[in-house]
Design a protein around this ligand. Structure first.
Ligand SMILES: Cc1cc2nc3c(=O)[nH]c(=O)nc-3n(C[C@H](O)[C@H](O)[C@H](O)COP(=O)(O)O)c2cc1C
Length: 340
């Protein structure tokens, strides 16, 4: 199955996502439910546009040799530094007739096929939006990254109990969901998390803990203080707050502050191997991809993930050749130029 076919399938399947040539938040701005960014949609659009201000610093006089994109994540081997981002509400947002179980099953199968890893999402209905996704993923292998929303203690404890005997790789919390109106007003609501309430979660699990939704150095320092093992520089794809900076704009300072303390992931607007290269050059260990990965799953199931990851690998490798990088560690800040 090629990418064109996957796109055509996705177009037929989605009634709310426009499956644009470039997924940049313009056509869908403000559409939530739907695929857009919140309110004016500026945060989503800026995530994508900001990559254009970063240019590749070509340099090809170097030793010739093979190009290696292998990556290790807490003992798990990966073929690329890419994660499938957590996406919940496939019917509501994409308008696709695919259950959360099937979506997450295909995501996990695709991750396995492409030798990457996948996060699963969470939502108000614990059975369909939390249990089914993690059950689907853990039925494939033990590499799932289970994600929970920043519920009050009652909701956190409920979910910790549900996953306590599961084989999974890491637990994540998207702390930036604290303001989502639907969840703020639910019976067990989400809340802003204190350092202590985050540390409480870390102490309850014997897995790496990832805090997703960090947008400045001060918040990164609090996440480190809470004892997390990794952060995701993320504004939730622009869906939780209008008028933020782009994630790639805030990444360099955060990555510098976190160096040697915790691993740093980033998401938001990453669409190509070029974008992945820019993220790694500016300090990220790896990236998450959201909306386009969802389309690959809806349009091509597990094979769709593989096809998309293959394309990203080809692009990343071609930039690595053109910048004299043989492995991911060679991708350093001097390999890109940030335009003023
Ligand atoms: C439809 C949709 C559902 C999402 N659901 C979740 C979720 O349940 N948990 C979470 O942490 N992030 C969720 N996100 C945010 C993504 O994980 C990710 O941060 C974002 O999509 C990255 O930006 P990109 O789509 O531009 O790649 C969701 C995003 C979208 C578009």
């Amino acid at each position: 199955m090629d990418l064109k076919e996957i796109r055509e399938n996705a177009k037929k399947a989605c009634s709310k996502c426009y499956v644009c040539e470039c997924c940049n938040g313009r056509a869908c701005k403000g559409q939530i439910p739907g695929m857009g960014g919140k309110d004016s949609g500026e945060s989503f659009m800026r995530n994508v546009e900001a990559f254009k201000k970063i240019k590749i610093n070509m340099g090809v006089i170097c030793e010739n040799g093979p190009i290696d994109t292998d990556f290790k994540w807490f003992g798990h081997d990966m073929s690329m530094p890419i994660f499938i981002a957590p996406l919940a509400g496939i019917k509501n947002n994409y308008g696709a007739d695919m259950s959360e179980y099937t979506y997450n099953l295909e995501a996990a199968k695709g991750a396995k096929l492409a030798k990457i890893m996948a996060f699963c999402g969470d939502g108000k209905d614990v059975d369909t939006l939390f249990v089914e996704p993690f059950k689907a993923m853990t039925s494939v292998d033990d590499r799932a990254i289970i994600t929970m929303k920043p519920w009050t203690k009652e909701g956190v404890d409920l979910r910790l109990e549900l996953i306590k005997d599961q084989s999974y790789a890491c637990l994540a919390m998207d702390i930036d969901s604290a303001g989502l109106p639907l969840l703020r007003n639910s019976e067990i609501p989400v809340e802003n998390k204190s350092v202590d309430s985050l540390r409480y979660i870390k102490e309850k699990i014997n897995k790496p803990f990832i805090i997703k939704g960090i947008m400045n150095v001060e918040q990164a320092a609090k996440a480190v203080e809470a004892g997390c093992d990794a952060i995701v520089v993320s504004n939730h794809g622009g869906r939780v707050c209008d008028e933020t900076l782009a994630t790639i704009e805030v990444l360099p300072d955060i990555a510098k502050a976190c160096q040697g303390k915790v691993k740093v992931l980033v998401d938001g607007g990453i669409r190509s191997g070029y974008d992945i290269f820019k993220c790694l050059a500016l300090g990220a260990d790896a990236v998450l991809i959201g909306r386009p990965m969802g389309l690959a799953i809806i349009g091509g199931k597990a094979e769709g993930v593989k096809a998309y990851v293959d394309k990203l690998r080809d692009e990343l490798k071609s930039v690595m050749v053109m910048t004299g990088c043989h492995c991911l560690d060679d991708i350093t800040a001097d390999k890109v130029i940030i335009l003023k």
